[in-house]
Design a protein around this ligand. Structure first.
Ligand SMILES: Nc1nc2c(ncn2[C@@H]2O[C@H](COP(=O)(O)OP(=O)(O)OP(=O)(O)O)[C@@H](O)[C@H]2O)c(=O)[nH]1
Ligand SMILES: C=C(OP(=O)(O)O)C(=O)O
Length: 218
């Protein structure tokens, strides 16, 4: 495998944009605006990961638009295997021969420094995770080379990862609040904005596509 080798493969999964982040739909509509925001949050997330160092980044998605964007961001795009989120993540990690870092794709406030520090802290452990800001979900899960551990992302994944023996990093959520701020709901988005979102998310929020199209037509 052509790994830009620091021994770490970062794996993200993103649904088809038209289905992603439906819980933002109440405040982000029409659909084009929500899709643009999801793509922007994903772009800021991958950009932070890329800025953190020479990581091998893999994105699994059924959406050709997402896979094109992934390649433009300098990451590897992999088609959807079917079977849901954890199957997609396992597919993305297949063939990795170093540490695998599973990361949420909706971390618009993520800073490269936080990501780098979390990966370094995880590097001393077989399996480690960072919970989301609610303490119930998982923002990042790192599995060291040669360790068998099946990711259990989804409802109450923090408890599942803990029960599987993963060590929780930053349990108070104070060291890397940006890393823990995944966006599912409008409240999460407000929390991310308060921390400071990346430039693409900022632009997507400031200038919804519907407004852009409207202004263009005038
Ligand atoms: N490739 C892939 N990604 C998935 C799948 N299910 C969830 N994801 C991604 O995993 C991450 C976590 O999922 P959720 O936070 O529940 O996101 P979501 O399903 O878009 O949000 P809601 O529609 O509001 O439930 C998001 O980046 C999703 O796009 C899947 O079956 N395949
Ligand atoms: C899939 C997860 O994320 P979310 O809370 O964004 O659904 C998770 O935390 O395991």
């Amino acid at each position: 495998m052509d790994v830009m080798s620091d021994g770490v493969t970062v794996v993200l999964a993103l649904k088809a944009l038209c289905h992603a982040k439906s819980r933002l739909g109440d405040e982000y509509h029409p659909d084009a605006d929500r899709e643009r925001l999801v793509a922007a949050m994903f772009t800021d997330t991958v950009a932070a990961v890329r800025s953190a160092g020479h990581h091998d980044v893999v994105v699994v998605s059924p959406d050709p638009q997402v896979r094109d964007l992934t390649r433009r961001l300098g990451a590897r795009a992999v088609s959807e295997p079917g079977g849901g989120l954890n199957a997609a993540l396992a597919h993305g990690a297949a063939g990795a021969d170093g540490t695998v870092v599973y990361l949420q794709a909706d971390l618009p406030a993520l800073r490269a420094e936080s990501f780098a520090e979390a990966v370094a802290a995880a590097g001393r452990l077989p399996v480690a995770f960072v919970a989301d800001r609610h303490g119930t979900g998982t923002a990042l899960l790192a599995v060291a080379a040669g360790v068998a551990f099946t990711p259990a992302f989804g409802t109450d994944s923090a408890a599942a990862h803990r029960a599987g023996g993963a060590v929780e990093l930053d349990p108070s959520g104070t060291r890397w609040p940006d890393l823990g701020c995944d966006v599912d709901t409008p409240d999460d988005l407000r929390a991310a904005v308060a921390l400071g979102v990346g430039p693409r998310t900022d632009t997507a929020m400031l200038m919804p596509q519907s407004d852009a199209a409207h202004n263009h037509a005038e």
